[in-house]
Design a protein around this ligand. Structure first.
Ligand code: AMP
Length: 428
């Protein structure tokens, strides 16, 4: 018999709110994590992108807090980006409207956030920099935190954030045998070095390891593209994606400046493109993500700022216009599609200029990617994968007439546009 939220220990009131929000039954990661978290265990949730980690930690939090307290924030959720903070707060609102949540992030004025803090929040969802700032000024008080989540944990504990995060953790009640604090680390990528941080910050943690479904839902191929042809190729792909698949695309660029220019170039080529990168004002970032969510923009051109956690239902294709810095970023970027049981595609462009970086990523553990026949895809809409050619060869630019050995994959002949996408719920 399949589990229900109630059968895994969730109160009927919360289960009803979940059903009303479209979450009928718990996903596998939720079935594993929720009972452990309800028992009060510390937990490491190491589950694939789009597998439902947010609810896996939000539901036990709602159960533990059991309504508005009014005596200071008892739960803290740290996330790396402002967009993710807003998204997580949206999920909390769906599960328990009675809880007061303060979302704290940089890039916007202090006024509204100070009001939220004075309004006795139960939960703080925050990016580390602004939270630390408000905590050091005495406006955000962390002395009563008893439920702590580091979402996208490997990024939160990575060098850019580690210092701030350590200081924030130092302001929360300690974890330990007699401690009241329950701590959760969640991410789709847990590199080796995170183990030390787990040992340092968590007490006998339970590990929940989500498994990939047997039928891979993500088809990810590498397309050889000359550097000066990337824009034209992307534009053709976008036309195909919009007209035939009727789904949206996220394109990742490495730099803020590059993302800005690419979005402008796509607009000039007639695409409805929104741009999301860290140089924009928060207003402009909000407008971009909202236009994309409302499907007013067919494509979101982004830096890694959109790579983690962002959940948009209709994303059928992710394009790595430029390679990311690490294999973990590759995982998170392509994880913006094929979420929660839906199918999705990802294409990583590889030009001569990218070859060195790709070799580096492979050495660091990036998976070998099958080669995608770009011409067949663009001309006939056929998604054909050939054997992996790990070391890029010069011959790869010779186009469809290339003499390279081709071993058709099991996708051969399956038209790009033929796949049905399963609908699923979005959190915001
Ligand atoms: P997450 O990995 O938390 O971003 O969740 C990925 C997607 O799965 C989001 O669109 C969620 O709304 C959706 N989702 C999570 N849990 C469930 C559930 N139990 N039933 C249906 N959809 C869910």
């Amino acid at each position: 018999m399949s589990e229900t939220f109630q059968s895994i220990g969730v109160r009927s009131r919360t289960a009803e709110a979940l059903t009303a929000a479209g979450y009928e039954t718990p996903n596998p990661v939720q079935q594993d994590a929720i009972p452990q978290l309800l028992r009060g265990c510390d937990c490491v949730i190491d589950a694939p992108t789009g597998s439902g980690k947010t609810l896996a930690y939000v539901v036990p939090m709602v159960e533990r807090l059991a309504g508005h307290g009014g005596h200071g924030a008892r739960a803290l959720i740290l996330v790396p980006t402002r967009e993710l903070a807003t998204q997580v707060a949206g999920v909390i609102r769906k599960v328990d409207r009675g809880l007061r949540t303060a979302v704290l992030m940089g890039g916007v004025g202090y006024g509204a956030q100070l009001t939220l803090l004075r309004n006795a929040p139960d939960v703080i969802v925050a990016c580390p920099g602004r939270l630390l700032d408000l905590a050091e000024r005495g406006d955000a008080r962390l002395g009563k935190i008893e439920y702590l989540v580091l979402d996208e944990a490997d990024e939160m504990l990575d060098q850019g954030f580690a210092h701030d995060v350590e200081r924030i953790l130092g302001m929360c009640p300690v974890t330990g045998a007699h401690a009241t604090r329950q701590s959760i680390l969640a991410s789709a990528t847990m590199p080796e070095w995170v183990q030390q941080m787990i040992a340092k910050h968590l007490q006998h943690p339970v590990r929940v390891k989500g498994v990939q479904s047997q039928e891979p839902l993500l088809e990810h191929g590498m397309m050889a593209v000359r550097g000066d042809m990337k824009l034209k190729t992307l534009s053709r792909l976008l036309h195909r994606q919009r007209d035939l698949e009727q789904s949206q695309t996220i394109v990742f660029h490495r730099t803020k400046h590059g993302a800005k220019k690419l979005a402008r170039d796509l607009l000039q080529l007639g695409h409805t493109a929104a741009e999301l990168q860290g140089n924009l004002s928060q207003n402009a970032r909000d407008r971009a993500i909202s236009a994309f969510r409302k499907q007013d923009a067919e494509v979101l051109v982004a830096t890694n700022v959109a790579a983690r956690g962002i959940d948009v239902a209709n994303v059928g294709l992710v394009v790595n216009y430029e390679l990311p810095e690490t294999p973990q970023w590759l995982t998170h970027r392509v994880g913006r599609t094929a979420r929660n049981g839906a199918e999705g595609k990802a294409i990583t462009f590889l030009s001569d200029q990218d070859a060195e970086q790709w070799r580096k990523l492979r050495k660091q553990g990036a998976p070998a990617l099958p080669k995608l026949d770009g011409e067949r895809l663009l001309e006939a809409g056929e998604w054909i994968m050939t054997e992996t050619l790990d070391e890029p060869r010069n011959s790869r630019f010779s186009g469809p007439q290339s003499q390279q050995r081709r071993r058709p994959s099991r996708w051969q002949g399956r038209p790009f546009q033929s796949r049905d996408r399963r609908s699923h719920t979005t959190p915001s």
